[in-house]
Design a protein around this ligand. Structure first.
Ligand code: PLP
Length: 452
């Protein structure tokens, strides 16, 4: 691939902006793709070149770009009351209405909603609640949280600890000592030869059981899981996985935290991925599509028993000492409410269910591509994983960065997708049409051909 000289804007960018999740050593040579505007599932760079947004931004822009109603909801709220907080006995209508709506659609018996501004803050809050509530319940030794290898839960100190990816720990002095990681439920990647999905699920549940026993069940408080693992490479759990895991958690009185930051709000065709995959969460983290990413917003949905423990602690110590300046920001809450209203009015869940077979058929077809070891997905999210040898599943030498090359070729072809190790992830806006899906996969096919 030829590296062209940086434009003036690119040069100013690399000189001033510290880019998340980028190779800071090579970015000054390659430069950034500088986007200017969006319309539906398309985005346009500063030179006017168009791209299909095959990642919905970062798995978040569910309704696509150019939704005037969301802009109006934000503008109207900004005119009326651009800021108000929820601290010390204050509240406002957008936060109340959004909490009511989230309770109504929640995949568990929800009591209250705690607002924050991101998925990381939601999972950070989850960890603090686990600790605080177990202290409140008089079991101060029950504090460990088990996550999974390849999980992605965010980048704050707690949520990065829960994340099960080496780059989020290495040299950051993480994970925290109370976090453990269980096996990754990737059948293609980790099942034994000839092991069925059901048997793999049963083995992982038995391993989790043994892990909790070894830690001491009285020390293990929670298990956190994404319904489909996203940023770890789009890993769909094997048949029967959560059905096998759930009784293990119940046996040891370990609560289940569902991280619905990617799967929530229609990605798998229901409001929540938990419902699709048979998870019975105690609490839920949400963010991203809650506002279709027009403004930042996250939330933690909690059940009665946690709410009661928090209330009892306040009776004892006087205050629930947690919350962000922007918890329940009225503009974000107004945009969140409008997003959910549009999703209901436009039957987005039914639309995702209707278009999913076509999307998944197009992904599955890549299983025949010479570079692809596995083509996988669920709902409107998927990935193709490149391999050096299909039969043995031998991986490419990481220095070849084949998936990253395919993604760079895709960009040249006018498609934005994301490389995660050897996987190329695809997660378009939920409003993508059949013909746009076809065009997305035509461009991806050309990019993979060029990466061979
Ligand atoms: N949880 C999941 C499942 C995610 O995919 C992400 C982000 O991709 C997060 C948490 C962290 O969210 P944020 O980047 O908004 O902090």
């Amino acid at each position: 691939m030829v590296t062209t000289p940086l434009t003036n804007l690119q040069a100013r960018d690399v000189a001033t902006v510290l880019h998340p999740y980028s190779n800071l050593a090579t970015l000054p040579q390659t430069g950034s793709l500088i986007l200017e505007r969006g319309d539906g599932v398309m985005v346009y760079d500063v030179d006017g070149k168009s791209y299909i947004e095959g990642m919905a931004g970062l798995w978040c822009n569910a309704l696509g770009h150019g939704r005037e109603e969301l802009v109006e909801a934000a503008a109207e709220q900004m005119r009326k009351l651009p800021f108000a907080h929820l601290f010390t006995g204050k509240s406002h209508d957008p936060a109340i209405a959004l909490a009511e709506k989230l309770k109504e659609i929640s995949p568990m018996n929800a009591a209250k909603v705690f607002f924050c501004s991101s998925g990381s803050e939601a999972n950070d809050t989850q960890m603090k609640l686990v600790w605080y509530v177990n202290n409140a319940l008089g079991r101060p030794q029950k504090k460990k949280i088990i996550s999974r290898i390849k999980a992605y839960h965010g980048v704050t100190i707690a949520s990065a600890s829960l994340t099960g990816l080496p780059n989020n720990h290495l040299d950051f002095d993480l994970p925290l000592s109370s976090v453990r990681h269980a096996a990754c439920p990737h059948h293609w990647g980790f099942a034994h030869d000839g092991e069925s999905e059901q048997d793999f699920s049963k083995r992982l549940a038995a391993e989790l059981d043994a892990q909790i026993e070894a830690e001491g069940p009285e020390t293990v408080a929670a298990f956190i899981a994404e319904p489909v693992m996203g940023a770890g490479g789009v890993i769909v759990p094997p048949e029967g996985y959560f059905a096998a895991i759930q009784p293990v958690l119940e046996k040891h009185d370990v609560m289940l935290i569902a991280d619905e930051v990617i799967c929530g709000f229609g990605r798998l065709g229901e409001w929540f991925g938990s419902t699709v995959l048979g998870m019975k969460p105690d609490t839920v983290s949400v963010a991203k599509a809650l506002t279709s990413a027009y403004v930042p917003l996250g939330a933690v949905i909690i059940p009665d028993w946690i709410d009661e423990a928090l209330t009892a602690q306040s009776a004892k110590i006087g205050v629930f000492g947690h919350g962000f300046t922007y918890s329940g920001h009225p503009v974000a809450a107004a945009v969140g409410l409008k997003t959910l209203e549009i999703m209901e009015r436009e039957n987005i869940l039914a639309q995702v269910q209707a278009i999913t077979p076509h999307f998944q058929k197009r992904i599955s077809a890549f299983a025949d591509h010479p570079l692809v070891g596995e083509a996988r997905g669920l709902g409107l999210v998927g990935a193709v994983e490149v391999v050096a040898d299909k039969a043995s599943k031998r991986a490419f030498d990481p220095r070849k960065a084949v998936a990253a090359k395919a993604v760079a070729f895709a960009q040249e072809e006018g498609l934005i997708v994301r490389a995660i190790g050897d996987a190329v992830a695809i997660c378009p806006p939920l409003v993508i049409s059949e013909s746009e899906i076809d065009e997305l996969f035509e461009r991806l096919g050309r990019a993979l051909d060029r990466a061979q």
